[in-house]
Design a binder for this molecule. Structure first.
Ligand code: NAD
Length: 298
């Protein structure tokens, strides 16, 4: 069996950031200000600190303003909500992202619901969830939107293809299924209670795995030639004592023998998430400033 083509998310994300930078400088010339993204981090979670630092760096590299707000872990929910309200009212802020997870004493849903939906570049606000479900313009969560961009780049039209999404979370699985439905795929959502998952996955021309279980999807689950998108990021022990490595939800070694194309981990879906966040921020800036933008061009 021949080896699957590798879908290079790192290269695609670099191209996307390049397009964002071009449009961001045109926005600055037209609006007389830079587009701006505010990122709020509560507490000291090491992984979240790395994400926030990378988001800030990449925002600035694309010619947009990054406003970072770091709050102590014991900040009250009321103080966080007050900050979100302040950012909602700030005309220099086009996008607001509150890094999840929040400390246990805060209600994540309440915090997300306080973000102005037109600045909710993560697409988590129920208004944006509803807009996606009804086909209205809004903001779509970054990771699934990045997956669709990779799929369309690889396959062109997705119309009529059978797609199986494994996972039904609000941030990946469900919006992924909505986006594939909008692309006219025939979509199945599989999850922890699905009966005979391998048999369900074998029907798919497109498989999206967003489960959080290391190397769960095996080569003999895959229809020959299918396109496989691996969203999973799992840290597991490496062969060398004391070391760890990242693997996806897909068993790359066996699946790449059967699939037509596959995203690697790392270097597949992962780099897309921040690039799409920057894209969403630029789109928000144009909408908020009333400046026209061909959103499909980026
Ligand atoms: P989640 O835990 O919220 O959801 C997991 C889903 O998998 C659930 O809907 C559950 O029903 C399903 N599931 C669990 N066990 C299953 C099984 N045995 N068979 C079938 N389905 C099963 O996770 P999430 O937030 O959607 O994230 C999924 C994975 O994607 C994680 O590895 C996460 O780290 C990764 N992720 C990556 C990015 C990125 O930027 N690339 C972004 C978000 C999440």
């Amino acid at each position: 069996m021949s080896e699957a083509a590798i879908i290079d998310g790192k290269a695609f994300a670099e191209g996307l950031r390049g397009r964002v930078a071009t449009f961001a400088s045109q926005f600055e010339a037209k609006a007389g200000r830079k587009a701006g993204l505010a990122v709020v981090l509560v507490g000291e979670d090491p992984a979240s600190q790395v994400y926030v630092r990378n988001k800030g760096k990449q925002t600035v590299a694309c010619g947009m303003n990054s406003f970072e707000h770091k709050l102590d872990a014991d900040t009250s929910e009321a103080d966080l909500l007050a900050l979100v309200e302040k950012l909602n009212a700030d005309p220099a802020v086009d996008g607001i992202l509150v890094q999840l997870p929040l400390p246990a004493h805060m209600n994540e849903q309440k915090v997300i619901a306080t973000i102005n939906p037109d600045k909710d570049v993560d697409g988590f606000h129920v208004v944006n969830v509803g807009r996606l479900a009804t086909g209205l313009p809004g903001f779509v969560p970054c990771t699934p939107l990045g997956c669709v961009m990779l799929l369309k780049d690889r396959l062109g039209s997705l119309s009529g293809l059978d797609a199986v999404v494994i996972g039904r979370s609000n941030i990946v699985g469900k919006p992924m299924a909505q986006l594939l439905t909008a692309e006219s795929c025939t979509v199945t959502i599989a999850h922890s209670r699905t009966k005979d998952l391998p048999e369900v996955v074998r029907r798919a021309d497109i498989v999206v795995a967003a489960v959080g279980r290391p190397e769960m999807v095996k080569g003999d689950w895959i229809k020959p030639g299918a396109t496989v998108i691996d969203v999973g990021i799992n840290r597991v022990p490496a062969a060398e004592e004391g070391k760890t490595k990242l693997v996806g939800d897909v068993d790359f070694a066996s699946v790449s023998q059967v699939a037509g194309a596959i995203t690697p981990v790392p270097g597949g879906v992962g780099p897309m998430t921040i690039a799409v966040l920057l894209r969403n921020t630029l789109v928000a800036a144009h909408r908020n400033a009333g400046i026209a933008l061909d959103e499909n061009a980026i």
